[in-house]
Design a protein around this ligand. Structure first.
Ligand SMILES: *Cc1c(COP(=O)(O)O)cnc(C)c1O
Length: 390
């Protein structure tokens, strides 16, 4: 079945839900065992149904099944946030004395987790240039257990050569983890490209309606027991209402992504021709450094990209951002509404900081589901305000 069809059919079970098309919301903490025999099976981990809602309910299990189907993962585990998916996955594979190779363009809060928690636990962390590819071999150590990728990178949108990195990592006995939030389970088949653990912020496009925070870890069959163990020991369980809403979002993911992709590319291209703009960072544009990798590995793009403005005054920037009609200034992305925030990659990078020392301001845009002409008009007026206060 094609992906679009799977977004509709996966994780549904009307026969066991009184005919209801949507798996119902199970609000539960306690789940009752019918017999002592079942209770004892539960203690041995051999009871085939959920035993306690922290470990899942039929609502979360339906979502996990749907997500795993879409990304062709053996298993999915849903978490209370995307960050909880990242931290649980890393903790499942790293111990004191181990070494982690972390991409320099990783999602900022994940970087803080590495610097403030993993290092404290005696785990060595080395950041690497996202464009490193097979050159990662130079950084591999005897104790390297995980190579972590995020493609394209947060804020700066560098594509990574994940198959080349995976080949080297696997030769050295290390795992490859990748944050696949940008591409969604629809546009990058991580396991076919050598990834062992794929991580998502479900908060973004899968939920799609800016009303919940949630994550998912997808794994191979071999790694599932490890990831599950750590997940169970940490307990980052999402609530059932959020699982239900995420599933509802997933049903329209295909049509929403198609619109996000087309509108995002159109506006990115349009912006790249504006006189106020120095450069646009969007891997689906032929002018982008990562375009060939994107074309080779991904089957689509979302609508999140970077824009480097020509130098302008801070007052001009404020005039632009404070008065946007359709673009809100806020964190997160992947919802139905457009967003725009100023970003400063050089302050968070260590290996590639000198690549981001432009004088002009960088912006991160998320293109929502509004009419594209209305968005262009809003942007055009904003760019005029930017220039006027110059
Ligand atoms: C937002 C984001 C996360 C974290 O997700 P939350 O659900 O907000 O915890 C992780 N990775 C990327 C790439 C993100 O953009």
């Amino acid at each position: 079945m094609k992906k679009l069809t799977q977004t509709i059919t996966a994780g549904r079970d009307p026969e066991h839900n009184h005919g209801a098309v949507n798996p119902p919301v199970y609000h539960a903490s306690t789940l009752i065992f019918p017999t002592l025999h079942d209770y004892e099976a539960g203690e041995r981990g051999q009871y085939p149904h959920p035993t306690y809602a922290r470990f899942g309910t039929p609502t979360s299990q339906a979502l996990e099944e749907a997500l795993a189907t879409l990304e062709e993962a053996d298993h999915a585990i849903v978490t209370g946030s995307g960050l909880a998916a990242i931290t649980s996955a890393l903790l499942s594979a790293l111990s004191a004395g181990d070494h982690l190779l972390m991409v320099d363009s990783v999602y900022g809060p994940a970087r803080r987790f590495c610097d403030q928690e993993l290092k404290r636990l005696g785990i060595e962390v080395t950041y690497y240039d996202p464009s490193i590819g097979a050159g990662i071999a130079k950084l591999m150590q005897k104790n390297t257990k995980v190579v972590y990728c995020e493609s394209p990178g947060s804020l700066t949108f560098e594509m990574q050569d994940i198959p080349a990195i995976a080949e080297v990592a696997h030769k050295h006995g290390a795992l490859v983890m990748a944050d696949n939030t940008w591409a969604t389970p629809l546009y990058f088949q991580s396991f076919k490209h050598g990834v062992d653990v794929s991580i998502h912020s479900i908060t973004k496009y899968v939920s799609g309606h800016s009303d919940l925070v949630m994550g998912a870890i997808m794994t191979t069959k071999a790694l599932y027991p490890n990831v599950l163990r750590t997940y169970r020991n940490l307990g980052p369980t999402p609530g059932s209402d959020n699982c239900y809403l995420a599933m509802r979002g997933l049903r329209t993911l295909g049509v929403r992504m198609k619109h996000h992709m087309e509108a995002g590319i159109e506006i990115a291209r349009w912006l790249s021709h504006r006189p106020e703009v120095e450069k646009v960072f969007h891997p689906a544009l032929v002018t982008d450094d990562g375009h060939l990798l994107w074309k080779r590995d991904m089957t689509g793009a979302c609508s999140l990209f970077g824009v480097l403005l020509k130098p302008a005054s801070h007052k001009g920037l404020a005039d632009m951002l404070d008065n946007m009609e359709l673009f809100g200034m806020g964190f997160s992305w992947g919802g139905f509404e457009s967003l725009m925030i100023p970003i400063n990659p050089k302050t968070v990078r260590t290996v590639t900081a000198d690549k981001w020392t432009h004088e002009g301001q960088m912006l991160r845009l998320h293109i929502g589901l509004e009419d594209v002409d209305d968005l262009k008009a809003d942007l055009e007026a904003g760019l005029k305000r930017l220039k006027k206060s110059h």
